[in-house]
Design a protein around this ligand. Structure first.
Ligand code: WQD
Length: 346
């Protein structure tokens, strides 16, 4: 039997990373996790073992620690690819602490790219974000849409990382890279053993909704209802995290199918549908029967009005498209929230 392809997954204990570990195992890859646990819980590893029915190798290191990276590549012979999730991702925090974001998000990518070159490993899937588009002029937003000035150091760090990968590709060095521009990842694994685990008060909408429904938060504030949208609230393209995880496997498959050791592409990963904040709240109430206590508050600085993906390229290049609905994601997120008290995710 051919040996399994070893893939280093940085940030593999995180929200999208952990769901991708499940899909990699499912697809016959051998994932190896590197995570510094700065924004995730070690208990997630136990859940991953329960779901995948096997132990996943884990290294507690920081991607900025290049000697630790070299050590992993030395111990784990024949790693043939990397999925690089590890990064800070809170838009608001990045405005307050930009150096943390430039140091971590850009520094870790440069370290990963350097070690890949040292070990002549060419396959890289990079975690980018629709934030690079800013507020698109036209919708749906496609990969050829202009990259507008980032609205936050977080978004800027993702733009700079994409440029770094492009520059390495243009230098002629051997690299096969796909940057995936995520829209809004939501939901959880159907087992309710892994899901979104915001530390402290959630920045993102869905965990705030589920925590309000669970009585952990008093009241949800809808950040503005005076936008130029159907119901006045912001519109986003919410994608189930399991669909997003599967897109990473498809991106790896694509890289291994490309014979030339020199390839670079950028792909949107979304559903192609836009949903407003109020429609998310009402869908949650309808599906779960849980009333959400919310009020309309002022706009949040840095928010764009409306964005959703042109998904044609993801189908064409990756042979992937989202399968799960907003309802599936909301139900999975709610089951995860309810199950959290039974999990010891320390
Ligand atoms: C969604 C909508 C808020 C919370 C960010 C990053 C993006 C990605 C996902 C990493 C907005 C509204 C939210 C609340 C609200 N992260 N909202 N009350 O800002 O679209 O995207 O997270 O890849 O890169 O930019 O996601 O979930 O924070 O907000 O009204 O308590 O919900 O105003 O319109 P966002 P979000």
């Amino acid at each position: 039997m051919a040996s399994k392809k070893k893939i280093l997954v940085t940030g593999g204990v995180g929200f999208i990373g952990s769901h991708t570990i499940v899909e990699l195992v499912e697809a016959g890859y051998e994932p190896i996790i590197l995570d510094n646990l700065s924004n995730s819980k070690i208990g997630v590893l136990k859940s991953l073992e329960k779901i995948t029915k096997r132990a996943v190798k884990f290294y507690e290191n920081d991607c900025n620690d290049i000697s630790a990276l070299r050590n992993i590549f030395r111990i784990e012979k024949n790693i043939v690819g990397v999925i690089h999730f590890a990064a800070n991702k809170a838009v608001g925090e990045s405005v307050v602490d930009p150096l943390k974001y430039y140091h971590n998000n850009i520094g870790s990518l440069v370290s990963i790219l350097s070690v890949l070159q040292e070990y002549s490993i060419t396959n890289l899937v990079f975690s980018s974000s629709c934030t690079v588009y800013g507020q698109p002029e036209t919708l749906p937003v496609s990969e050829s849409s202009p990259i507008l000035k980032a609205q936050s150091p977080y978004g800027n760090s993702k733009q700079i990382c994409e440029e770094i990968i492009t520059d390495v590709f243009n230098s002629g060095k051997a690299i096969k890279a796909i940057s995936l521009r995520y829209f809004n990842p939501i939901g959880a694994h159907e087992s309710a053993l892994i899901g979104e685990l915001p530390l402290g008060v959630p920045n993102n909408l869905i965990p705030f909704v589920t925590q309000t429904a669970a009585g952990i938060r008093e009241e949800l504030t809808v950040f503005g209802n005076d936008y130029n949208t159907a119901d006045g609230t912001c519109v986003r393209d919410y994608i189930h995290v399991v669909d997003l995880a599967k897109a990473h496997v498809k991106a790896l498959d694509k890289l291994f199918a490309v014979k030339d050791e020199h390839y670079h592409d950028v792909v949107n990963v979304g559903t192609g549908k836009g949903e407003s904040v109020l429609s998310v709240i009402h869908t949650f109430e309808t599906i779960t029967g849980q009333k959400i206590n919310y009020k309309i508050g002022p706009r949040r600085a840095g928010d764009i009005q409306e964005i959703y993906a042109d998904v044609s390229k993801s189908l064409e290049v990756l042979g992937w498209s989202a399968e799960k609905t907003m309802g599936d994601a909301i139900l999975d997120a709610w089951n995860w929230q309810k199950n959290l008290k039974n999990l010891n995710l320390v």
